[in-house]
Design a binder for this molecule. Structure first.
Ligand code: SF4
Length: 211
């Protein structure tokens, strides 16, 4: 893997012509790999690119739902760009997906998610974040299997939106998918991170040097 870690777009040089899922490779416009600060403390993981992100090539951009996430990033001090920027100027945050190719008519299958897992695992290993924002039930359950001792079916992203769940090595903060979020739920998320994450030393779980 060729690292270009000073670049925001696909900073780990992941395969932009991956064909491990033939059905997705046949219909996608482009692979949407991760984007952001390769040394981030916060990683947002979504289920997969919507049409807007597939067009821009940047996770959580290109449509109204993406703008909601970008607005949250701005409010939390992670972005210096307006919410509708196609290539936002991010710091201390990284955006990525469970599966990186979009099918226009369906969600990724479990097999496709498994095929794509090595990309996500490699990103998380190289970034070593403190906080992972799991966007949506599917992401929350996939990460729960890997990083918590709770049963995956005990998670519900609506009930656990804007809360903190302790995991092995980092903490999970669930988020309702932005396309389904109300303005009140968006505000609750920002408030939770400001009041309950930023306000304490979330780095202590790692013993990692402060940035
Ligand atoms: S979804 Fe992931 S594994 Fe499947 S073709 Fe796209 S990049 Fe490759």
């Amino acid at each position: 893997m060729d690292a270009h870690q000073d670049e925001l777009s696909n900073p780990f040089g992941m395969d932009e012509d991956c064909r491990n899922c033939p059905a997705l490779a046949a219909c996608r416009e482009q692979v949407v790999h991760g984007y952001g600060d390769a040394g981030a403390e916060f990683v947002f993981v979504g289920e997969g690119p919507a049409a807007g992100a597939e067009a821009t090539g940047v996770p959580f951009t290109g449509d109204g739902a993406g703008e909601r996430v970008q607005r949250v990033l701005g409010e939390l001090g992670f972005s210096r760009s307006p919410p509708d920027a196609a290539e936002p100027d991010l710091q201390n945050v990284y955006l990525t997906y469970l599966s990186r190719c979009r099918h226009p008519d369906r969600a990724a299958t479990d097999e496709e998610v498994r095929n794509c897992e090595p990309f996500l695992n490699a990103e998380l290993r190289m970034i070593n974040p403190h906080i992972i924002v799991a966007v949506g039930d599917r992401v929350l359950r996939e990460l729960a299997v890997e990083y918590t001792t709770r049963r995956p079916d005990s998670f519900d992203v609506v009930e656990e939106h804007a809360t903190t769940i302790r995991g092995r090595g980092f903490e999970l903060v669930p988020m309702i998918p932005p396309a389904e979020q109300t303005d009140e739920q968006e505000a609750a998320f920002v408030e939770h991170v400001r009041e309950n994450v930023f306000s304490r030393d979330y780095r202590q779980t790692k013993g990692r040097r402060s940035r």
